[in-house]
Ligand binder design. Structure first.
Ligand code: N01
Length: 545
């Protein structure tokens, strides 16, 4: 029997605690859709989230300039025809507040909140091999014993601040982009430091520069970034999607990364220099991540890749007036796209402003924080605020923070010490009835997350539905199927240029994290076909009891 031993649920009183079939961890787009699907199966589920509301990544990442780099017509749910027809986006690439509004709208429209419990962290999940149930404990002292656990914990939800000495000495304000205050921050007249130049920083810097009296950007590794060419949504553009939404969504599901990007199926090096330039110019003018679809071999051929990288470097040199700053901003030591390509609005232009400095910390790291600011390269800088745009412990960090124990009391964290072990990025051998949405070794962060989330949830819901109707109590990945999947996933990664970059895809941003390529790079269309094939073959590679 399940019991509530302490504490009261802040919300989520739809299903009594002792009747839960499924615990879902995370109220982002994954957790919300999972709940929706499980209700249709007649299962009693509850979503838990440490936040005060829905939205996941869009709940936390409220930094100035935060917006999605996938167009909103594509970064949205497709599961409800009514929803996708009725919702109206105001911009091509929507900003965080609008995406959060959308998440709230979905929660209301499908009446999801009654099965959600906020301000609650899941601290542990231990599998009881006798009862075939998970024993899940929260930080409110509650205990649940669901049959299934769904980890909808997101890929980038464990923010990381480097362990700078003197962090506590700084008398000004510090912020992390992934934990931005809900009330916003007014930097007007303030001396501000931004540490990091990844996607978050690249979006935040131009907006912070509009307010700050002085902005210093501390850069370790420059990033390639493409202008977004964002703008208001036009009726024509919206209708071009909505007229035939189902067909567009179906096409996107068969692509490499879940985004309709009009890929050019020509090799960059087999195209003449003039024609190549024309293609890049057009893609640069169009803007966004579609730039990486300029040619078919940018991810696999170093020479081809360098033609795109050099084109972007030339653009940076043309935009940034200070030649030293331009050289610092032009990435040279890793192939373009092998760290997540960034999308910006006037990022490079910001360095032409008098009150914005770029400080190279590659050879001379930030030494420590001081009471007034920080010390770097033997020099003291004074700031009123420091913004850490220093990223996340991606894909595995959040799962590692939960005390997850499977068969024989084995800890997931230990099992994954040398790198995550999954079958299809959805389950891990020894952890029965625990699903991971967009887990490591699935396309996840290399794709339009909405496409990957819906694919995973649909597959998992169908799988759970099958368990229910076929009278099985336990599903578990077979170790040999898992080993083969890991080998396949790793093999494909090494046919590309991706492992050449010290990226968070490789775990390279976290000291001590094993260097393994985390997402599956075989493409969402191919991956979906494989998942469907496995299900159709009676869940091949899984053991059902
Ligand atoms: O984090 P990051 P992010 N001293 O890890 C630097 C998604 N996202 O939050 O590269 C100095 O990319 C670090 O330097 P280096 C998207 O998938 C999407 O920006 O390690 N610098 C790097 O520059 C993205 O990829 C959207 O040398 C230090 C930066 O901090 C992912 O989230 C928007 C340092 C971290 O960059 C993460 O992006 C935003 C140190 N000690 C984010 N430690 C959109 O949809 C770290 N750095 C548009």
């Amino acid at each position: 029997m399940n019991t509530v031993t302490n504490g009261s649920a802040p919300s989520g009183d739809g299903a009594a605690a002792d009747e839960l079939d499924v615990v879902i961890v995370g109220a982002g787009f994954s957790g919300m859709y999972m709940l929706y699907r499980l209700r249709k199966l007649g299962l009693k589920s509850r979503v838990f989230d440490r936040a005060t509301g829905v939205g996941g990544t869009w709940y936390w990442n409220r930094y100035p300039g935060a917006r999605c780099d996938v167009e909103s017509m594509q970064y949205s749910y497709s599961f409800s025809q009514e929803l996708q027809q009725e919702w109206r986006w105001s911009e091509k690439f929507s900003a965080q507040p609008e995406i959060l509004d959308y998440a709230n709208h979905v929660a209301d429209r499908f009446d999801l909140r009654s099965d959600m419990q906020f301000e609650t962290s899941i601290e542990s999940a231990h599998f009881d091999e006798i009862a075939n149930r998970w024993i899940v404990k929260t930080d409110r002292g509650e205990e649940f014993k669901p049959r299934y656990c769904v980890m909808a914990t997101g890929c980038l939800s464990s923010a990381r601040v480097p362990d700078f000495p003197g962090l506590k000495d700084f008398s000004g304000k510090t912020y992390h982009t992934g934990h931005w205050p809900h009330e916003g921050v007014d930097f007007t007249g303030k001396r501000v430091a931004v540490i990091g130049t990844g996607s978050s920083a690249i979006q935040a810097i131009p907006v912070i520069a509009e307010q700050a009296s002085h902005l210093s950007v501390f850069q370790r590794t420059p990033n390639y970034s493409i202008p977004s060419r964002n703008g208001p949504m036009t009726d024509d553009y919206e209708q071009s999607w909505k007229r035939d939404y189902e067909a567009h969504r179906a096409d996107a599901r068969q692509t490499k990364n879940g985004i309709l990007a009009n890929p050019n199926d020509q090799s960059a090096i087999e195209t003449s220099a003039d024609e190549r330039r024309e293609v890049y110019e057009q893609r640069w003018a169009d803007g966004g991540t579609r730039f990486m679809a300029s040619f078919n071999d940018l991810a696999t051929n170093a020479e081809s890749n360098d033609t795109a990288a050099e084109f972007v470097r030339e653009k940076i040199r043309a935009i940034v007036k200070d030649t030293d700053a331009a050289e610092l901003l032009a990435a040279k030591d890793y192939p373009i796209g092998t760290k997540r390509i960034c999308v910006d609005t006037r990022y490079f232009e910001t360095y032409n402003l008098e009150h914005v400095d770029l400080i190279d910390v590659r050879g001379a790291p930030v030494e420590h924080l001081t009471q007034d600011g920080l010390r770097q390269g033997g020099k003291d800088y004074a700031f009123d605020a420091i913004v850490f745009a220093t990223g996340f412990d991606a894909m595995t960090g959040t799962l590692a923070r939960i005390d997850i124990r499977g068969r024989g009391g084995r800890a997931l964290k230990q099992e994954w010490e040398a790198g995550p072990k999954t079958y299809l990025g959805m389950m891990s051998a020894g952890f029965p009835n625990m699903f991971m949405v967009t887990g490591p070794q699935s396309p996840s962060v290399l794709s339009n997350m909405m496409v990957s989330i819906e694919q995973h949830i649909d597959w998992m819901a169908d799988c759970i539905g099958h368990m229910e109707t076929s009278g099985h109590a336990v599903i578990e990945a077979r170790p040999e199927a898992q080993d083969a999947w890991i080998e396949h996933s790793t093999e494909i990664a090494y046919t590309t240029l991706y492992p050449k970059a010290a990226s968070w895809y490789m775990g390279a941003n976290i000291p001590g994290k094993p260097r393994v390529f985390l997402p599956y790079i075989g493409g969402v269309g191919r991956y979906r076909a494989k998942c469907d094939e496995i299900a159709a073959a009676g869940y091949e590679g899984f053991q059902l009891q």
